[in-house]
Write a protein that binds this ligand. Sequence first.
Ligand code: NOJ
Length: 568
Amino acid sequence: MSKTLIVAGLLVTSMSTFTPIARGQVKPTDVAHHEWWHHAVFYEVYPRSFADSNNDGVGDLNGITSKLGYLQHLGVKALWITPCFPSPQVDFGYDVSDYESIDPMYGTLADFDRLVAQSKAHDIKIILDFVPNHTSDQHKWFLESKSSRTSPKRDWYIWRDGKGPNQPPNNWTSTFGGSAWKYDPATGQYYYHYFYAEQPDLNWRNPEVVKAMLDAMRFWYKRGVAGFRLDAVDTLYEDPNLKDNPLLPGTDKFGFPNTNEIYNKKLPEVHDIMRAMRKVADEYGAVLIGETWTQNVAQLREYYGARNDELQMPMDLMMTEFKQVSAPAFRDHIGAVEGAGGWPVFVISNHDIVRSYTRWGDGVHNDDIAKLMAAMYLMLRGTPIMYYGEEIGMENSDPKSKDDVRDPIGRRGWPLEKGRDGERTPMQWSDAKNAGFTEVTPWLPVAPNYRTHNVVTETADPQSILNFYRRLLDLRRDEPALREGQYVALNPQDPNVFAFVRRLKGEGVLVALNMSGSSQTVKVDLKAAGFSQPKMRVLLTSSHTPITKVSTEIEMEPYSALIAKTVK
Ligand code: NOJ
């Protein structure tokens, strides 16, 4: 049922689900009651590697500010900046030693404020990365906690006696290798760390921890942050009785027994904290994005909350695990996402995952495949989160030897686990030395393809991946059907071409994606999408030989995308 409300002088036609937010703010929404983040394209910046303004080899906040013009022209509306808080950098910022400041390596709070102000002028919002599961072992809370068994902060972390001499409290393992427990000889107890030993887990069962962390979020909201990406939410809680996890066959990359992590992952209490964080976010009209690793769409659905009162944007990270470009696989997945309700959040790359250019590339058609996959996920119903450099086809560039590895897991797990350096190399701005990222030696070497795949070269080439991304983002902005239209799958049995229509009222936008390495003929019968056969106009194609007309059968080049619109 819809009703009309007068809120602060604005006329708002609302569905019965409309909930006015706290503090009298009016959230701007469109006719479908969408908020800004429903239609924004997000862009992840790994600050160490984006732009180095002071030539010390590491990127910084002023570097990001200097690139806002580029980002605005690309069409992104929100930047998620991975942690830039003070940190010993064991896990390159995911070991936070102060939640309410900026690491001097990246600049100052004044630089941050300037970034927020300048972003606003570029119509871009800033999202920070909040790390609730653990702090650095150098955080003052942990130093105090560690100082004695009777410290008032002892219970801010998870301390336990061992099972016996030289035996940790249970069999839980760290995802970064080895036991998840570290012995502290000074106090004779173990503390728990799901990630590195330098990242002790906070005890979220302690209300003082909850308050301190929610206050840290408020600190940034008050400085103009539009939301947070929440790190590692699955591991916030552990079974208080510390039951051993059941063993599974085989060993992990670090040689430890595989286990089914039922007692230290995805505990139901996680949802209480998501709701508490959402309440605070709602006070500021902010958005929460989750690092939500799930095995299926039903699991992902839970993170929106039973009453849509948890995360607005739990990330669908499942497609990043698809090893191959395959029409049936992507069609099935998107079908499942669409069937589950909730606003989808699509991701194909990030700083922990092999870059999509390399993961899905076949070594011959990599540029074509990069455009094809961009056309897929940027044309779907939902919010996409790009990873810096994806738009120019940055490749993964793994270290060549163990001595070159910077990411500790790569040193610990070499050669089976090479670490994540390969997907974190400097942004490729030009074909100049160090890809224009810095004038000194960068903290990681630039990837070899910077000579051909960089912003300057690709800006000048109308057929580049970069210009294709720009056009896709323009289409999302300009075509209402791409923003709000329903998703309707076509040709469900086609093994090669994944095709769908985005339908809004009488309009439709067809997206046809040849996911095979050979030419294909695709049948265009829009009856399934509720259209009698309409005329169509091509909006964009990645074909080398341009397609100008759409009839009931279209010839598609290998790994090519076609986007066309119904015309009346
Ligand atoms: C997920 C982050 O994306 C990753 O980079 C980090 O190492 C772990 N969480 C621990 O914070």
